[in-house]
Design a protein around this ligand. Structure first.
Ligand code: FE2
Length: 334
């Protein structure tokens, strides 16, 4: 199972708990924002207490850390709010400490929170990506999103990380004062976000204030939006983000799947037909990344469409549909 839909959640409504997992040093407190109960992947608000110290070490999961308040010393350098740290799986971070304490957000993207004391990377470190530390507040400019279709004017981005394989991304985004967008959106990917500052309003889920968070699985309607005074937030997707816009507040996730599939059939009919017919080849061999194993076992769309009642042996219970070929593509592909 993937992480459940959590929206809205406000971390100011709950207290911190001490992080007492094996391996971690004393002086870390957390608020759990979302968690995959099978893999342990999670996102947390994290408080490093004044006087916190941690030797060099790595996580067994890809890890991202964003500092919202206070300072952290990392490898002898002082980093303050707006600092974004990306650590690929098994990549050792230098020693960390904090004299005054720090408040942050931490993302363990593929497994539970872990800390293995080590000055060196793990032998099986993910070498496809690099450790990076970015000053996102002062070192990056706001950009008008180049994603198409675009969000309404007044929503700006700073891309912090783009996964080279999945195009999943982590980004700061802002809504300028008076921002509004009058349509409804959904995506093929999950997205999560946390309000560093400010309140926005959304038709389905109401106000999301400072400290507000959501984890939103794919194909869930969200919008219209507005923000009177503007917001600053950090967001993350687990794959390539496409804005499917529409104006039907009553469309279901199943109908949104259908529309997305219809778009694929319309725009990439050869690929769509191949996926449907290539001897149930749902797990493609990829000559670009031949060592990668593709699996949908951590993705559950909630849909399983075998309308003829036939049974198939699949390694995964993930979404696959055989008989829901959109009518438009049936006509065009014949
Ligand atoms: Fe979205």
């Amino acid at each position: 199972m993937a992480r459940p839909h959590i929206e809205p959640f406000v971390d100011r409504d709950v207290g911190f708990k001490k992080l007492l997992l094996p391996g971690f040093k004393k002086g870390i407190q957390y608020k759990m924002l979302s968690m995959d109960k099978d893999s342990g992947a999670c996102t947390m608000t994290v408080q490093y207490d004044a006087g916190f110290k941690q030797p060099p070490g790595f996580s067994y999961s890809e890890m991202e850390l964003f500092i919202m308040e206070g300072h952290l010393m990392i490898g002898g350098k002082k980093y303050g709010k707006g600092t974004y740290i990306f650590a690929p799986t098994g990549t050792a971070l230098p020693a960390m400490s904090s004299d005054e304490g720090a408040l942050g957000l931490i993302f363990y993207n593929f497994g539970p929170p872990t800390f293995q004391e080590s000055a060196d990377n793990h032998d099986a470190v993910d070498t496809s990506q690099q450790l990076k530390i970015i000053n996102s507040y002062e070192g990056l400019d706001w950009q008008v999103p180049t994603l198409f279709p675009q969000t309404a004017p007044g929503c700006l981005l700073k891309i912090l990380h783009l996964d080279p394989k999945t195009f999943g991304m982590t980004f700061l985004y802002c809504m300028t004062p008076g921002f509004w967008q009058d349509n409804i959106s959904y995506h093929d990917v999950a997205e999560e976000a946390y309000h560093i500052w400010g309140t926005s309003w959304m038709m389905q889920f109401g106000d999301l204030p400072t400290g507000g968070y959501f984890y939103r699985p794919a194909y869930i309607n969200h919008g219209c939006f507005k923000s009177d005074l503007g917001i600053l937030a950090i967001g993350r997707t687990d794959g390539d983000l496409h804005n499917y816009f529409h104006h039907d507040p009553y469309s279901s996730p199943e109908e949104n799947h259908q529309r997305a599939a219809a778009k694929l059939a319309r725009m990439k009919p050869a690929l769509y037909q191949w996926i449907l017919t290539n001897e149930h080849n749902h797990l493609p061999h990829d000559f670009e990344f031949p060592d990668d194993a593709y699996s949908t076992k951590n993705y559950d769309s909630g849909i399983h469409m075998h309308e003829d009642g036939t049974a198939h042996g699949h390694a995964s219970s993930g979404a696959h549909s055989h008989l829901n070929t959109p009518k438009v593509s049936k006509k065009k592909n014949k």
